[in-house]
Design a protein around this ligand. Structure first.
Ligand SMILES: Cc1ncc(COP(=O)(O)O)c(C=O)c1O
Length: 400
């Protein structure tokens, strides 16, 4: 997910445009900024790119989730279903809102399994957060259908799949709200940063006010005199990030995604020669951002052996099953209910009663799939790396 690989003159020009005027704040300073609003312009261009009515830039992908949950009114007493393979931020944001996360299995898309999702819905469920993991689509059409039937909100966590599409429609634009991350390793990067998108004006207004301490953004009064409709917080993006985002967005389709798709295809062809290897189900290969190539071995044991052989031959691989951030079996702080708060919140209430207990969380389908999945991260500049990977695949094939 390598937007940082193409940081260049375009980003420098945008940054200098901000520095030369000395305005880092996204609001106010109308005279000094001489008509330059980088964050606002980034929002406008991002909304257009995704084909939605509204985009709100925020300080991170985690903040984007938090703001979306707030705009939807989700909090204590509510449950939100997400999946057992995602970055911790997805459920951290739910817990931070006061709601309780529940987890659905993944399927061979490595995203939420719609069949399992339905069985996790309870009278307390208010929202579903499917995650478009590792650059490609969840079965989001089926998920939004289920949500509609049960009158639930959908927030698409698109942090890892900016630029991805399903049948031509931008990922993030299927549910009530979509969230994105532009952190330092994402497909486009602003260092830290995120975006919330939605077609609904009411949700956009709530999100915009909430992310800015509740300012009602009344254009007829000065910023210091604005009123507040409700409590908020500060999740604002600043102008330097907006400037970077603009330059990166303009490179997304024709440079970043194009090169990634070419590189992924070259490696996939080499792996396709082995009948023991099968590939992740990508519902719409044309809309894949191609940030990862994920494939399966017949057993977990074979996956470990093949991974070890690839690594010893110099290939860079990820075995998510053993990594601490993305797979539920490694989330020991969630499983053990560890929190800084003296009362034990959010796992306990102020009387010590359990609010959320994950000590017995078992997801056999997710375990089975993750234990067999190996990943090769794809980047833009892989000319030297690809021959190493291809050679490593050939040599490692002895363990198949
Ligand atoms: C699926 C997912 N959701 C949310 C986030 C959080 O984004 P950020 O790092 O910008 O807070 C990430 C970041 O890696 C992610 O992968």
């Amino acid at each position: 997910m390598p937007g940082f690989e193409v940081l260049g003159d375009e980003e420098k020009k945008e940054i200098m445009d901000v520095l030369s005027r000395g305005v880092l704040f996204r609001y106010e300073f109308d005279k000094e900024r001489q008509g330059v609003y980088k964050v606002e312009t980034f929002e406008r261009e991002f909304a257009k790119y995704c084909g939605v009515n509204h985009a709100l830039a925020v300080s991170s992908g985690t903040a984007a989730l938090r703001v979306a949950l707030a705009a939807l009114g989700i909090g204590p007493g509510d449950e939100v279903i997400t999946q057992g393979f995602t970055f911790v931020a997805t459920w951290e944001a739910v817990l931070d809102s006061g709601a309780i996360p529940a987890f659905a299995e993944i399927d061979d898309t490595l995203c939420m399994d719609p069949e399992d999702l339905e069985s996790r819905i309870t009278p307390r469920t208010r929202a579903i957060i499917p995650v478009h993991m590792c650059g490609a689509q969840a079965r989001v059409g089926e998920i939004t259908e289920i949500a509609k039937r049960h009158n639930l909100h959908v927030i698409e966590d698109t942090a890892q799949s900016c630029g991805g599409r399903l049948n031509g429609k931008a990922l993030g634009s299927f549910g009530d709200m979509g969230t994105f991350s532009f952190d330092s390793v994402k497909t486009i990067t602003t260092g830290e940063g995120g975006m919330v998108i939605t077609d609904r004006e009411d949700l956009y207004i709530k999100a915009s006010e909430y992310h800015d301490h509740g300012h009602d953004h009344d254009p007829t009064v000065g910023r210091g005199l604005e009123k507040r409709n409700f409590l908020g917080f500060n999740y604002r993006m600043m102008e330097l990030q907006g400037a970077l985002g603009l330059a990166q967005l303009r490179k997304l389709d024709d440079i970043i995604l194009k090169r990634q798709r070419e590189n992924k295809q070259r490696i996939k062809e080499a792996l396709s020669r082995y009948e023991e290897i099968t590939f992740r189900n990508v519902p719409d290969p044309e809309g894949d951002t191609a940030t990862f190539l994920i494939f399966f071995l017949p057993t977990g044991e074979k996956a470990r052996d093949f991974n070890q052989a690839l690594v010893s031959e110099g290939a860079n691989t990820v075995y998510w099953y053993d990594t601490p951030w993305h797979y539920y079996g490694k989330w020991e702080h969630l499983l053990q209910g560890k929190t800084l708060i003296n009362s034990g919140y959010p796992f306990k209430d102020d009387r010590g009663a359990t609010r959320g207990d994950y000590s017995n969380l078992v997801m056999p389908k997710t375990d089975e799939i993750m234990s067999r999945a190996l990943t090769i991260p794809i980047s833009i500049h892989m000319d030297e790396e690809i021959p190493v990977i291809l050679k490593a695949v050939e040599k490692a094939s002895r363990v198949l």
